[in-house]
Design a protein around this ligand. Sequence first.
Ligand SMILES: CC(C)(COP(=O)(O)OP(=O)(O)OC[C@H]1O[C@@H](n2cnc3c(N)ncnc32)[C@H](O)[C@@H]1OP(=O)(O)O)[C@@H](O)C(=O)NCCC(=O)NCCS
Length: 174
Amino acid sequence: MDNPKLALVSPSKDIEEQILQYKKEHFDYGDMQVHGTGGLAYYDNFNEWLSHINTIKDMNPETGVRTSTFFSKRVSDGKLIGCIKIHHSLSDEIKSGGHIAYGIRPSERKKGYGKAQLELCLEFARQIPLHQVIIACDKDNIASANTAICCGGVLANEFKEDGVIKQHYVIELT
Ligand SMILES: CC(C)(COP(=O)(O)OP(=O)(O)OC[C@H]1O[C@@H](n2cnc3c(N)ncnc32)[C@H](O)[C@@H]1OP(=O)(O)O)[C@@H](O)C(=O)NCCC(=O)NCCS
């Protein structure tokens, strides 16, 4: 899957150095989370993280749900630009977090890549197939909300979780 700007690639040992550099850029920037990566920030060992990603691709034993994780690679030079993960279904346990979580590396934000990456992930969602996806974001995360909105997201509800106001945006996949 690709578009003029980006192509989705699965995490692999082949791009370990690029993934570690992607993580480092977040830490250098002061982001202690690496959004959309299935917890890359919390793994000191790359192989353990990769094994986790490959396990949840088939079935996350903790949630009973399949979760696919992709990096988006810039077509022109192969640089990793962002990361996005998608749950193939939602159990009650993970419903509040929505289907999709995403991030773009700090140096490449506000250039249209967040939208391009989400569009690619929605194409994948249609193939699963999903007919609707929910994207959750903190109400004060305007960048995340706008990314969902510019891909067709419609505000469905607001709720409080752990003292934080969150929103659900729904995207109908036709
Ligand atoms: C959210 C995020 C992925 C957006 O990526 P991006 O590449 O900057 O987004 P884009 O350039 O494609 O912009 C998408 C839309 O959001 C808007 N936007 C982007 N950053 C914004 C900001 N800081 N404030 C307000 N709007 C913003 C853009 O204007 C665009 O809307 P438009 O088409 O109506 O103009 C990026 O900011 C990020 O990685 N944030 C940290 C991780 C995170 O919060 N992830 C979401 C929670 S899982």
